[in-house]
Design a protein around this ligand. Structure first.
Ligand SMILES: NC(=O)c1ccc[n+]([C@@H]2O[C@H](COP(=O)([O-])OP(=O)(O)OC[C@H]3O[C@@H](n4cnc5c(N)ncnc54)[C@H](OP(=O)(O)O)[C@@H]3O)[C@@H](O)[C@H]2O)c1
Length: 211
């Protein structure tokens, strides 16, 4: 059988289990030019909450009574497509189904020997690209500059700060718990970090930590 997760209702506030439907479907098989994929890892990202709302955004909303979709790492179980072979691993925007068929469009092969497969949904995937392009192409960070990162302990922010350190910058992070502050400094190598929830004068704290 084929486990799938559908959006049942558009959630109001925090999503609950009642907003989703867990279904068992028949396992599909690959037709001409297609491949059968088995899901290994699903990326659950902040932007997915936005896609559960109707209305215009930079990405189409999920449809009610249709499976959810997001970045997924899948294994090729069988292939009738000369670009992919059984045993390959791929990354793509796929449905929240245990098994699904694809014509290969939009799929990128990933190498399980170079990094853990889940890393292709994080630092080697959209999250890493977001951090890298934001910093390099928009922020145009230069060696020796001081970098202030908000949302610093989050998926993107923690990578932004680490790229800043690789580039030889002084890096200061802003986050919301003492545990995150400790992690930023001890695990991610930030030079300073400020807990915005326990700091009364943020302007002063930012000035001091960046000087
Ligand atoms: N992940 C991606 O691949 C990706 C791609 C493109 C764009 N983005 C965008 O980049 C931003 C950061 O994404 P992320 O993946 O790093 O998210 P994340 O891991 O969830 O981190 C976001 C951080 O923002 C802080 N925050 C402040 N106010 C918040 C609130 N009201 N609700 C929830 N968190 C709040 C939280 O840290 P504190 O508790 O420390 O404040 C949280 O850890 C988002 O706007 C996202 O849509 C992400």
């Amino acid at each position: 059988m084929n486990k799938t997760i559908y959006l049942k209702n558009r959630p109001s506030g925090t999503p609950t289990l009642n907003d989703f439907e867990f279904k068992e479907e028949h396992k599909p098989s690959a037709g001409d030019g297609e491949l059968l994929l088995k899901t290994k890892y699903i990326s659950v990202d902040p932007y997915l909450r936005g896609r559960m709302r109707s209305g215009e955004s930079y990405i189409a909303p999920f449809e009610v009574n249709k499976p959810l979709e997001s970045g997924i790492i899948a294994e090729v179980i069988s292939s009738n497509n000369s670009n992919f072979k059984k045993g390959d691993f791929v990354n793509g925007m796929l449905k929240w189904k245990e098994f699904q068929v694809s014509d290969g469009a939009g799929l990128n092969k990933v190498d399980p020997n170079s990094a853990p497969l889940s890393a292709y949904l994080g630092v080697l995937g959209l999250t890493g690209i977001t951090a890298y392009l934001g910093l390099e192409k928009i922020g145009k960070l230069k060696e020796g500059e001081t970098l202030l990162v908000s949302g610093a302990a989050g998926a993107v922010g923690s990578i932004v700060g680490q790229i800043g350190k690789i580039k030889g910058c002084k890096v200061v992070g802003i986050a919301g718990t003492d545990e995150k502050i400790e992690m930023l400094q001890n695990d991610f190598g930030f030079d300073n970090a400020i807990n915005y929830k326990t700091t009364s004068n943020m302007s002063e704290a930012i000035k001091k930590s960046m000087s």
